[in-house]
Write a protein that binds this ligand. Structure first.
Ligand code: DAT
Ligand code: MG
Length: 150
């Protein structure tokens, strides 16, 4: 089953939106297999966003993601990466479709509340960067018989 990394960014925690953001993903049927709150270090932020190094928004992005605690989680499900990205909405909230997290709760690209991995390789790398293998719990849910067509 596919796994993806989700982060409620500092603005999401500060704005008391951990619950609403989490609820959208959880109630779709995505299964939480790991979660924690942490203060992101400069080094970790730079590694997480390494692909954006050199871009004009890189320094503000690092400052933002390290500015206050975040909540990170791994979610699992069929096509979890695509499902989470669709629920999150477009990078710039102004372009995000109504009903997505970013459209419904955010105004600007530099305060877009949530991160979710954009592909299988990035998901694997991000999960390894953010979590120890021991923090990831493999468990079953009885309700899966009603969420997944097996
Ligand atoms: P996403 O978070 O949708 O995966 P991304 O990986 O392209 O988007 O960029 C990472 C973050 O960097 C994004 O959430 C907000 C910021 N960002 C991206 N493009 C930007 C831009 N053109 N101006 C300002 N910030 C930007
Ligand atoms: Mg991205």
């Amino acid at each position: 089953m596919e796994r993806t990394l989700i982060i409620v960014k500092p603005d999401g925690v500060q704005r008391q939106l951990i619950g609403p953001i989490f609820t959208r993903l959880e109630q779709r049927g995505l299964k939480v297999v790991a979660m924690k709150m942490l203060q992101v270090s400069q080094d970790m932020a730079r590694e997480h966003y390494a692909i954006h190094r050199g871009k004009p928004f890189f320094d503000p992005l690092i400052e933002y993601i390290t500015s206050a605690p975040v909540v990170a989680m791994i979610m699992e499900g069929p096509n979890a990466i695509e499902a989470a990205r669709a629920t999150m909405g477009a990078t710039n909230p102004v372009n995000a479709s109504p009903g997505t997290i970013r459209a419904d709760y955010a105004m600007e690209v530099g305060r877009n509340l949530v991160h979710s991995s954009d592909g299988p390789e990035t998901a694997a790398a991000e999960i390894a960067l953010w979590f120890d293998a021991r923090e990831i719990i493999d468990y079953g849910r009885d309700v899966d018989n009603w969420i997944l067509e097996r």
